[in-house]
Write a protein that binds this ligand. Structure first.
Ligand code: DAK
Length: 253
């Protein structure tokens, strides 16, 4: 693949964006690589967690400005929908996706991190939505995911000023869940992945599904969905988990 390194080990897949010379800026080649990878990941029952990180000093410094500059309106709209489909694909994967944010997560990079389920950041990471400085608006879901994650005031503050914020500030506003020393980032992320892997596999994927779908529904419908999926775990994984607790042993998933 032209833009991505891909590895799988112990049920954990890792995507490393690998164009450090352009700070991993997102271009059409990247979306082609991601489309292929996502369809392979969906078919691969061995993979139960996906980690996304970047090579070099950036996670992703945004959409590739050099590629976008010559786009016409139709091409730009197509590029934007392509990115949105890939990011939605991450959200819909039936496994947790963890962003290991190693450096700059700007524009499309911040949007990519937001399409992941959990964000762990190196203390060197920087976050921002600089599109407004380029006379643009975010094109990969940023205007929608950022307010949902950090509230409208914090989101508009970032979107309207293009300010870059530190990892600690991102933690404070709830954009990331943890900040680590740079050299500990991947260890922390894999430790988190292992902790999730030890839990009931079906409950893990159902929690992700119900949380995401529920956000799009009204409360009554969302809690009905929760009840249905809660019930679906009885007679199989849930029953085993509860029996294991009562029998003081480890569950056999
Ligand atoms: N695109 C292309 N190349 C980039 C890039 C980017 N986003 N960011 C960095 N690079 C390239 C630089 O041009 C430079 O290339 P060379 O000059 O070496 O050939 C190389 O990466 C190293 O960058 P710097 O020399 O600038 O590195 P510094 O450490 O000095 O600065 C920086 C790091 C991250 C502060 C700086 O590179 C920077 O400000 N980068 C741009 C950040 C940015 O504005 N990102 C937002 C991009 S806009 C839409 C679809 C999508 C979007 C919007 C609409 N529709 C279709 C509607 C999304 C938009 C964005 O994401």
């Amino acid at each position: 693949m032209k833009t991505i390194k891909f590895e799988v080990s112990n049920n954990i897949a890792t995507i490393t964006m690998n164009r450090p010379e352009a700070l991993n800026a997102l271009n059409n080649d990247f979306f082609s690589d991601m489309e292929l990878l996502l369809s392979n990941i969906r078919e691969d029952n061995e993979i139960r967690i996906l980690v996304i990180t970047g090579e070099g000093k950036a996670f992703v410094a945004g959409a590739d400005i050099a590629e976008m500059v010559s786009m016409n309106k139709a091409e730009a709209e197509k590029f934007s929908s392509r990115g949105q489909d890939v990011f939605l694909g991450l959200e819909k994967l039936n496994m947790p996706v963890i962003a290991a944010v190693n450096g700059y997560a700007l524009g499309g990079g911040c949007e990519l991190a937001m399409a992941c389920d959990i964000r762990i950041a190196s203390s060197k990471a920087k976050f921002g939505q600089p599109e407004v400085s380029l006379g643009l608006i975010p094109g990969f879901g940023g205007t929608q995911r950022l307010p949902r994650l950090v509230g409208l005031g914090n989101a508009l503050n970032l979107l309207l000023t293009a300010d870059q914020i530190s990892a600690d500030e991102a933690l404070r506003i709830g954009l990331v869940q943890k900040v680590t020393e740079p050299e500990q980032l991947m260890d922390e992320v894999y430790k988190l992945a292992e902790r999730i892997l030890s839990k009931g596999p079906h409950s893990v994927s159902l929690i992700k599904k119900v949380a995401h779908i529920g956000l799009e529904l009204d409360f009554a419908k969302a809690t009905r969905l929760e009840s249905r999926e809660f019930g679906s775990l009885f007679g199989n994984e849930g029953t085993e988990g509860m029996k294991a607790f009562l029998e003081k042993r480890k569950p056999e998933w």
